[in-house]
Ligand binder design. Structure first.
Ligand code: GLY
Length: 367
């Protein structure tokens, strides 16, 4: 098992990564299970797949589960579900020193984390991520949020978990498309800051996607270690360091907005396509050799992820995609920072990107 610390002054915690952690959750999370009744917030699908193992472990240890199931899907990150969840936590008598278990993907983690951030002005929680995307990204780093009419993740809080247990065995029940979408975030860590890891993924990505235990464990642990280092250096995204994690997300956000934030394009798929666009745009403005940009595209394509805009069958032009970008929450003072590349593994934050040029670039990419 890998144990990756997230070092934060007074609020440090571990991300434990291994096979079968949910089946021994009572032991793994013992310091955070002070009471005999354990509140669990779970994605309904994740509960159906893994709830029995989690319950068995807690029951063996003399505890009982109190469960609130969350309907699967982005729609659960709503004011209504947040109110339901906080009312339930209060009815359960959750106190500040207690810990709630959050089982599922990014939706459950974001929602439950936010509910814990505001219940009694902050109670504890343990992330039990069951998707690759949640294991390598959303469960680590303390970003919690819901969506509102104005957009995605616009209402939330930084609230760090007390522990993350990433059980790699849960990924065996994940649909292949979701696994590939999570892999986009794994690839992101290589493209962003670690050329060696990128090369390793070029050689071993198929093994990761086939859930070969050694390859999978290395990919998840390397990704979490990269994220932990960045979060420790810039927890609240104030120095520009954490913003590098948004590689592919600005272009990706426009693609998600154009496809209605729907199943037509999963978040990870949008990040993959966005990462290729960021690389190609970096090549267009002379920052990155074109062959390097095409290596990023090849890695995305090899994972079965979208590397070309025409494959998304969009009915729009570059100006319309740029208009979506202007609504991105990263807009600051009328400018939109882009994460661009000076090399594979050498991402940086560019604050002077000409959006009219981005629109022309996108027109060419749309074919
Ligand atoms: N997913 C980006 C971040 O946690 O900062």
């Amino acid at each position: 098992m890998a144990v990756i610390p997230v070092a934060l002054c007074g609020r440090s915690y571990n991300v434990r990564i291994g096979q079968g952690l949910l089946g021994r959750v009572a032991e793994e999370a013992a310091p955070f299970l002070a009471k005999p009744r354990v509140p669990v917030v779970a994605d309904a699908n994740a509960w159906a797949a893994h709830g029995a193992r989690l319950t068995a472990s807690l029951t063996r240890s003399g505890r009982e589960v109190s469960l609130l199931e969350v309907p699967p899907g982005e729609a659960s990150k709503s004011w209504e579900m947040l109110a339901r969840l906080t009312d339930w936590l209060l009815a359960e008598g959750v106190e500040r020193g207690d810990h709630v278990l959050a089982l599922g993907g990014g939706v459950t983690g974001d929602l439950a984390g936010f509910a814990c951030a505001i219940t009694k002005r902050g109670c504890g929680f343990v992330q039990l991520p069951t998707t690759l995307l949640a294991q390598v990204d959303s469960s680590v780093g303390g970003k919690t949020a819901i969506n509102t009419a104005a957009g995605k993740n616009l209402v939330g809080a930084f609230h760090q978990p007390a522990l993350v247990l990433a059980d790699l065995a849960t990924l065996t029940t994940l649909p292949a498309r979701e696994l590939a979408a999570g892999y986009a975030e794994v690839l992101k860590y290589g493209v962003m800051g670690d050329a060696e890891f990128f090369d390793w993924l070029m050689a071993n990505g198929a093994g990761v996607l086939a859930l070969q235990p050694g390859a999978l464990a290395h990919a998840v642990a390397s990704s979490v270690a990269a994220k932990a280092e960045i979060v420790a250096a810039d927890e609240r995204e104030t120095t520009g360091r954490r913003a590098l994690l948004n590689l592919g997300h600005t272009f990706g956000h426009a693609l998600e907005a154009e496809t209605g934030f729907s199943d037509r394009l999963l978040h990870g798929e949008a990040v993959a396509a966005g990462m290729v666009l960021a690389a190609r745009y970096s090549a267009r403005v002379g920052l990155l050799p074109r062959e390097e940009a095409e290596r990023v595209a090849a890695a995305v394509r090899a994972a079965g992820l979208p590397a070309r805009l025409p494959s998304l069958r969009l009915d729009c032009d570059g100006a319309r995609l740029v208009a979506h970008m202007r609504h991105d929450k990263k807009m600051a003072g009328g400018a939109l920072p882009f994460v661009l590349l000076r090399g594979i593994g050498a991402a940086f934050l560019a604050r002077d990107v000409d959006l009219a040029d981005v629109a022309r670039f996108l027109d060419a990419e749309l074919g």
